[in-house]
Every structure is written in C-alpha cells, then in structure tokens.
Design a protein around this ligand. Structure first.
Ligand code: PAF
Length: 282
C-alpha cells in the first residue's frame, strides 16, 4: 500500500504528469465520480497494465445531470475512495472543485453526433452526453494522460468518448474494460446503493433476461420477437422499462438480424427511484 497524492488543481496534476513523462513513464487516467466500488478498482488494475502511473479523477460532474436528476444526493465518499485507491496502489487522485473545472465565465461544450445521437440514453437524458464529453475532454487535456480506462457498463458513454477522442485528436487511447458484476449478475454501479432490499433482490433480473435474450438470438430466433418477449418479461417483473434494444456493437445503429453485424443488447429500466442500465454482447 502506498500514499496516494491528491491534486486539487490542473497545475499540480500537470507538474506531476510532466515529471513522470520526463522520466519516460506512461500515465493512465481512470475518470470517476467517486463512490468507488470493486468495479472501479478493476479499472485501476487495468490501467496499471497499460501505464506505470495511474491517476483516478473524482469529480461529480454537474453538467451531465439534468435538473431533476440525483446530482445533489449523488454519494460523496472521499475518505473511503482514498483508502481503496491507496490499497490499489494508485499514484494520484485528481479531485478538483467545481470552480477549478468550470471557472466563472465557462461557456464551451463539446457538440456530439454519431453514437451520442442514436436514441438510447440520449432519448431519456438529452443533455447527458454533452456534459460527459465536455468533462472528459477537459480531463484528457488537463491530465495529458496517455490512456483512459472506461468500463463497458456505460456502453454508449464508452462509444461516445472513444469517438470524441479520435475525432478531436486528443492524443489519448481509450481502453475498454468488461463490466464488473456482483455474484448474482447485477452490474456494479455506485447507484446500486439507492436500491431497497426488495429492489436489490429483483435487480439481477435485468442480466438474467438479457442473457436469455442473447441465447435466443444466437439460436437464430427472430430478433424482433425475441426482443419483444424480453421487454415484456422485464415489465412483468416490475420494472419501468425505458428501453431494451439490440444494436450494432460498434455504431449502435438499430439491427434487424444477426446478419447486420455484431450485436450489443442495451437496457435501461427503473426500479422505484433508481435507474439501472446494463448491456451485453451477443
Ligand atoms: O462514468 C462516469 O462515472 C462519468 O460519466 C465520467 C466518465 C467520470 C464523467 O463524469
């Protein structure tokens, strides 16, 4: 276990990164909003495979929350986060205040097309990806990291950020990592802590139904009917379903059969006040 440095300013982080780069060391960034769990630590472990130095950013980014969403109550657990990152031998935490990220007068946004505008999360959270992309763009240019590691759990986010990093020549390689799951299949998420005991017991249904759907598609069952049956099963189980769709795994364009390309199944559903998202490959 090592002492993890905490940088609160761009300047402090850049000085450290410049020294690491001058010593020939690669730097990987793991962007997070804190409330860390084992899934985040898996991202740190992956980052350590790519770079000698790992920075974890902890910033609950106000611009990616709509006014009715959970920005104010989003869990903030810095002491526990720091302890976990020390145990994981991360090198540094970037922990900027909102004013450091968005100084007075801040007036710019990254405008997105492509995977940000395919009618999945963007249909339900129209300003979300603009906020994610803007903060990620800033995190990448602020840190000058060589790699950034993103979990596949937020699959559309992963595609949006990968596209943006490429399109804007940000000079950073986006590394994806498979979703980390609880033993019952529920995808790990900081928001799982909002679930009541009954909701928590029901939540793994999402993954179970998606796995059965993937098996039907692999079996060449007609795609439209298989997806419709899975949607019904989710609703009957007690979820409010935002979407459950089969999309092209790279472009996120709609698909009508396996012949349309590699398929990714993506779901968003609500249990009480908690919105859960998940996805799997077919
Ligand atoms: O996935 C998240 O935790 C956030 O969307 C991210 C990438 C840290 C940007 O705020």
């Amino acid at each position: 276990m090592s002492q993890v440095a905490v940088f609160e300013t761009v300047k402090a982080m850049r000085e450290a990164v410049a020294a690491w780069h001058a010593a020939g060391e690669k730097v990987a960034l793991v962007p997070t909003m804190g409330a860390l769990h084992e899934g985040h630590i898996a991202l740190v472990t992956e980052a350590q495979k790519h770079a000698r130095r790992v920075i974890v950013s902890i910033f609950v980014n106000p611009t990616q929350f709509a006014p009715h969403e959970d920005f104010k109550k989003y869990p903030r657990t810095f002491d526990s986060d720091r302890a976990q990152l020390e145990a994981a031998n991360a090198d540094a935490i970037y922990f900027p205040a909102v004013e450091e990220m968005y100084p007075p007068g801040f007036a710019s946004r990254v405008l997105l097309l492509g995977p940000a505008a395919v009618g999945l999360e963007d249909r339900f959270r129209p300003t979300h990806f603009e906020g994610v992309a803007t903060v990620c763009c800033k995190l990448f240019t602020q840190s000058k990291a060589d790699f950034a590691v993103f979990g596949e759990k937020d699959y559309q986010q992963l595609k949006v950020v990968t596209r943006m990093a490429h399109d804007l020549d940000l000079g950073i390689e986006i590394v994806p990592l498979a979703t980390f799951r609880e033993t019952d299949g529920l995808a790990m998420s900081s928001r799982n802590r909002y679930l009541s005991a009954d909701e928590r017991a029901l939540a793994p249904t999402l993954h179970r139904v998606m796995q059965a759907l993937a098996a039907r598609i692999r079996n060449d069952d007609p795609l439209f009917q298989a997806v419709a049956d899975a949607q019904t099963e989710i609703i009957t189980a007690g979820f409010e379903l935002d979407y459950l769709e089969a999309r092209h795994a790279d472009t996120l364009a709609p698909v009508t059969s396996r012949a349309d390309g590699p398929i990714r199944l993506l779901i968003a559903a609500r249990l009480g006040a908690t919105r859960l998202i998940d996805n799997i490959g077919v």
